[in-house]
Design a protein around this ligand. Structure first.
Ligand code: EPU
Length: 428
């Protein structure tokens, strides 16, 4: 087990290339189940979530060949194998095996998904969608059993705007009989990416990117080649890191429109930037002004960048209020940031960040993915050395983060933890 060490105070400069979108990748891979012939996906991020999903595709009989960032999946020998335990528990996105296997085999048995602990993360809207399409869904000893004689298109209104439920229902509906209409659908770019793959496979989908998606079921889907979109959350993380500790940072392979809410907030703080076709140039000017942020569904401010942004606010003048309306429990980074000298009060579910303060290096733990990113940024800003444990979480979502930061001029490295440190970490 490794820990990350960051010596703060080194200014970031230069160019960082953004990887393919994690939250697309984790849906595109299961979507390949629906095809009858080879699917090739290019530009996948090299992160542990992608490896885990590749292993799961092999468990059900897929032939998966990974060639760097390109993955070839031959789904022709896949079978409707139950996946009640094991790797499905490792990540949240294993729930996409439900929709994809239901769509392909009219049945699925999938263990309740794992993933970051952000407070309650129900999947009632996914289940509501499967049931509306004609499936019977039961929860037996921690696994979801889904069976249908046949899937028949219908109108489904989502009570909560959900990325996962929107994608999962699309996966189940593309081969259903007749027309499915998903109302109050989520509009995230990752949903458009999945719909693009499905359309290339022969699916008939309209309205993606709006809140009404219309799907006309087809008999069969074929293989195709697809290139994934860049990761807007990784790009946003580096933009925030650049604002926090950079001089001139170019973020390459980004779609700036996907980050409009975040860039608007950075501008409001006084961060200067220029957006080009696939690049962003971030040139922060001090002092920064505090802003309030409230996370919302896309195109609002993304919950996945709330924690990195909270770290940035410690450097800004006055008080900024951070409210996460998507995951009210996503505050696990606060105690760790306080260890580093941050002044943050939690009141009524909002974090009130007072600044500016000089963060100090400390031993901290990443207890989920984006909390981890917020601590990495804090380490870049802090005096002295910050030691971060819990890297498994960070490696689930950020490709080669140590190398990318080193290239930008940060002083960051990894070390094996001693047995004593591992014991302390496991008991924390
Ligand atoms: N919700 C329900 N019922 C459901 C589904 C969702 O009440 O059936 C609620 C959730 O509890 C939450 C809200 O609806 O309060 C939105 O959840 P959503 O379903 O949109 O989230 P998700 O699909 O589980 C994806 C990303 C998350 C990201 C959210 C919001 C993946 C694998 N995960 O989760 O990514 O935070 O959308 O944008 O795509 C991350 O990358 O760090 C991460 C957690």
């Amino acid at each position: 087990m490794e820990k990350m060490l960051i010596e703060g105070g080194h200014t970031l400069n230069g160019k960082v290339r953004i990887s393919g979108a994690k939250n697309s990748a984790v849906a595109l891979l299961p979507a390949a189940i629906l095809a009858d012939s080879d699917v090739t996906i290019e530009g996948l991020p090299e992160i542990s979530d992608v490896n885990t999903l590749g292993d799961l595709l092999e468990e059900i009989g897929g032939k998966v060949k990974q060639d760097g960032q390109t993955v070839h999946i031959d789904p022709s020998q896949m079978v409707s194998m139950p996946l009640p335990n094991g790797k499905v528990k490792k990540l949240r996105a294993s729930y996409y095996f439900m929709g994809a296997m239901l769509g392909k085999f009219n049945q699925a048995v999938i263990g309740l998904p794992g993933g970051c602990n952000l407070g309650p993360r129900p999947i009632d809207q996914h289940i509501k969608g499967f049931e509306a399409l004609g499936a019977e869904v039961t929860n037996e000893q921690g696994a979801i059993y889904i069976r249908a004689k046949e899937l028949v298109g219908t109108r489904i209104y989502l009570d909560v705007v959900s990325v996962g439920a929107t994608i999962n229902i699309m996966l189940a509906a593309v081969k259903a009989k007749g027309k499915t209409i998903i109302e109050n659908a989520a509009k995230e770019p990752e949903i458009i990416d999945v719909a693009t793959l499905l359309t290339n496979m022969g699916a008939k989908i309209k309205g993606v990117g709006t809140d009404v998606i219309r799907i006309e079921g087809v008999e069969s889907l074929h293989g195709c080649r697809h290139t994934i979109i860049p990761d807007r959350i990784e790009a946003g993380t580096y933009a925030i890191a650049a604002a926090a500790a950079g001089n001139e940072v170019i973020i390459d392979n980004v779609i700036p429109q996907h980050l409009e809410s975040v860039l608007a907030k950075l501008r409001e703080m006084g961060v200067e930037m220029q957006a080009a076709d696939e690049q962003l140039l971030i040139t922060p000017k001090n002092p920064l002004k505090s802003v309030d942020i409230k996370t919302l569904v896309y195109p609002g401010f993304p919950t996945d960048l709330q924690q990195p942004f909270t770290t940035l606010l410690t450097k800004a003048e006055n008080t900024g209020v951070v409210t996460d309306t998507i995951y009210s429990g996503r505050l696990k980074h606060i105690d760790e940031l306080r260890r580093m000298n941050a002044i943050i009060k939690v009141e009524g579910g909002s974090a009130i960040v007072s600044g500016p303060v000089q963060l100090e290096g400390a031993r901290v733990t990443a207890n989920e993915l984006r909390a981890g990113a917020s601590l990495v940024i804090a380490g870049l800003m802090a005096n002295g050395i910050t030691e971060i444990t819990g890297l498994d979480h960070i490696d689930r979502g950020y490709e080669k983060i140590t190398e990318k930061l080193l290239n930008l001029g940060a002083n960051v490295w990894r070390e094996e933890m001693t047995d004593h440190e591992i014991e302390q970490f496991q008991n924390s």
